[in-house]
Design a protein around this ligand. Structure first.
Ligand code: 5AD
Ligand code: SF4
Length: 451
């Protein structure tokens, strides 16, 4: 009889991709998907610890699953990913209902660990070591198409090109949760993309915590290319229509990479370039290794090579010691760059980071006020940016339709709603839409019918 698996994923695209890999590995062992935790044979929580709130959600779900485990003692419950990596020992000691604790580098061992638990060879499996010499195992080539687990999307997929981080921003858990930076051999990446493209995937997003430094750290024998070279190689694979990547550290953004936006047809004009703060003093304490002046030079460089490029960023408000002037500098930066979009967060202390020990923590109400001010300004700018599309024709890659109401994304990653007027469209199709309405977070328009 087949066993059923339910995975709940928190956090970033890297985690989403890891969950897909786990599903694929376990499909090979005969697992089929369960649509909810209740009644599943195995429940895995793929966790995120980037901010305090993300971690709290994990612990509250684990609390709820304690009852489920009491009702169904044969359920195998696992915690994997970043919280497992950082808090594995605490979970082991305080949560006896958790059977399996697996850190970020050990997910590839899940089939053997689950088999031992099922056969009652052991009553608990814990694998949370982080190794500096870790290599991302080659892609599992089997079952990409035949997997019983539906892919999150048939036409667009993520491909991991590197893991870990060597930057040590003072607020960030990632070096602790994902280990040192390692790049995946180019041959493995190309092979994976070729397989995906041959199965009809049209859009690929190359993933890593810091893709700009791909190939610069721990190069292995067949890994001698830079990130721009990798982009050119991937872009030449037949069948792909859109190429994206995320995420980048401004300090490693080279002119060669900027040039890619002018030269690679399928590279989408959208760049997520986290700045974190508009104040040099704060950036220094964050250990970001760039100034606002150099950040602005890079923005100007990108726009020189690709004038229509849409920029998005991440901002932390209320970093320890952030003064009102520092925060004003962040607002000024926003008005200067006019990002198309941003993700903004209140600073939270994370375990084992430098900034935990910084003085002058900012009170919660000040952080909330700053976050609101930031988001109000960003929303206004986002609306203006979207309004720039009115009366223009944009290319949209269709994502989903509910009846004739469809939505898809532009190359700049803006969401567009339109009516397909009875046309037989499928996800992944490219259509032209004339924009007639702009909102803060999306656009609306009419499909352009070819006569
Ligand atoms: N507190 C708040 N936000 C954080 N981020 C990372 N660490 C923290 C923290 N301790 C934000 C950064 C990063 C994004 C993924 O999460 O903006 O770019
Ligand atoms: Fe969260 Fe960072 Fe881990 Fe992704 S790498 S799951 S963002 S802590």
């Amino acid at each position: 009889m087949s066993k059923s698996l339910y995975i709940k994923t928190f956090g970033c695209q890297m985690n989403e991709r890891d969950s897909e890999i786990i599903e694929q590995l376990l499909a090979q062992e005969g697992y089929v998907p369960a649509d909810r935790a209740e009644g599943a044979d195995v429940v895995l929580i793929n966790t995120c610890s980037i901010r305090e709130k993300a971690e709290q959600k994990v612990f509250s779900l684990l609390g709820q699953l304690r009852d489920e485990k009491a009702r169904n003692p044969s359920l195998l419950l696992g915690v994997i990913g970043c919280v497992a990596q950082q808090e594995g020992e605490r979970i082991r000691d305080r949560m006896p209902h958790v059977d399996l604790i697996v850190g970020t580098q050990q997910i590839y061992r899940l089939p053997e660990m689950l088999a031992r638990l099922e056969q009652r060879v052991t009553s608990r499996e814990i694998a949370i070591n982080l190794e500096a010499s870790f290599h991302i195992p080659p892609f599992q080539k089997l079952l990409v198409n035949a997997s019983p687990f539906p892919a999150s999307s048939g036409f667009k997929r993520f491909v991991t090109i590197m893991q870990g981080c060597n930057n040590y921003c003072s607020y960030c858990v990632v070096p602790g949760t994902r280990g040192r930076e390692i790049s995946r051999p180019m041959a493995d990446i190309i092979e994976e993309v070729e397989i995906l493209a041959s199965q009809g995937v049209k859009e690929i997003t190359l993933l890593g915590q810091n893709v700009n430094s791909y190939g610069l750290t721990n190069p292995v024998a067949d890994l001698t290319v830079s990130f721009p070279e990798l982009l050119r190689r991937v872009a030449s694979i037949n069948g792909l229509q859109r190429l994206r990547f995320t995420t980048s550290h401004p300090k490693d953004l080279s002119e060669d990479l900027m040039r890619c936006f002018a030269e690679i047809d399928i590279l989408c004009p959208h760049f997520h370039l986290p700045v974190q703060s508009g104040s040099n003093a704060v950036l220094k304490r964050m250990n970001r290794k760039y100034t606002i002046e150099t950040y602005l030079e890079k923005v100007a460089g990108l726009r020189r090579f690709c004038p229509e490029i849409a920029l998005a960023t991440d901002i932390i408000v209320g970093f320890p010691g952030e003064t009102e002037e520092d925060f004003q500098a962040t607002l000024e930066l926003l008005s200067l760059v006019r990002f198309h979009g941003s993700f903004s967060f209140k600073y939270s202390d994370r375990p084992h980071t430098h900034s935990v020990n910084f003085l002058d923590k900012i009170p919660e109400e000040v952080k909330s006020r700053r976050l609101l001010a930031f988001q109000t300004l960003q929303d206004a700018i986002g609306l203006e940016r979207n309004a720039e599309c009115i009366d223009k024709e944009v290319e949209v890659m269709l994502e989903v339709c509910a009846g004739d109401d469809c939505k898809g994304r532009t190359p700049a990653h803006q969401m567009v709603h339109f009516n397909r007027q009875g046309l037989p469209l499928a996800p992944g199709d490219l259509v032209t839409v004339k924009i007639n309405q702009a909102g803060k977070h999306s656009l609306k328009g009419d499909i352009h019918l070819k006569h």
